[in-house]
Design a protein around this ligand. Sequence first.
Ligand SMILES: C[S@@+](CC[C@H](N)C(=O)[O-])C[C@H]1O[C@@H](n2cnc3c(N)ncnc32)[C@H](O)[C@@H]1O
Length: 216
Amino acid sequence: MDKDGMRHLLKEHNEQGWEAIWRLSDKPPWDNGDVQPLLKHYLEKGALHLPEPNRNVKVLVPGCGKGYDAIYFAKMGYSTTGMDISPEGVRLATELAEGVEGVQFKCADFFVEEEEYDVVYDYTFFCALPLERRGEYADKMKRTVKQGGVLITLVFPIKEELVDGVEQGPPFGYTPELYKDILGDGFECVLDEYPPITTENRDKKRMNVFLRKEIK
Ligand SMILES: C[S@@+](CC[C@H](N)C(=O)[O-])C[C@H]1O[C@@H](n2cnc3c(N)ncnc32)[C@H](O)[C@@H]1O
């Protein structure tokens, strides 16, 4: 399946389109077959403002797909939930995680689940959502990241100019500036940089870390 095939299914079936995609291919166009190298780099460097790994720290990876990154957080010692709306995606992730401790996969809609986490990591979830859900995403993120908690966003794909309604996606482009605007008050940006290591599409990615502000 190529990008156009994927977009066509999502246009036809909205959210159910994700399940259709996962059923047609266990390696859809975005799937890179391994943990995101930039997550690995930053996490191992200790540059993500994360609490020391322990199983009391709850990490969420929304729109986790096959769960490579969720599995990685669990292997680093965090108690991790990979969440995906597609039952087939969750089945594949669960299969991949066999024998790994500290990770569970949940078939759920990010917008409907009501649970708080210490850390949320978003890679290619925000850009997968229809443009009109971006405000809702920010509201939900505020309820999902605990006060004092951390939101990690690996921004991809970066586009300098967005023409809402005209752009084809997913992935729908955005910039760190736009993401910050959408999040609004409630989050403090503590890291925003182009990745220091070479990876595929490096110039189209930027690592962002936000702290959820404490409400006094
Ligand atoms: C572009 S894929 C990215 C997957 C994964 N993050 C990766 O990089 O391999 C987006 C994923 O989000 C899931 N998804 C879409 N809408 C969702 C929602 N409302 N709640 C949870 N998962 C959702 C899709 O099923 C799909 O697996």
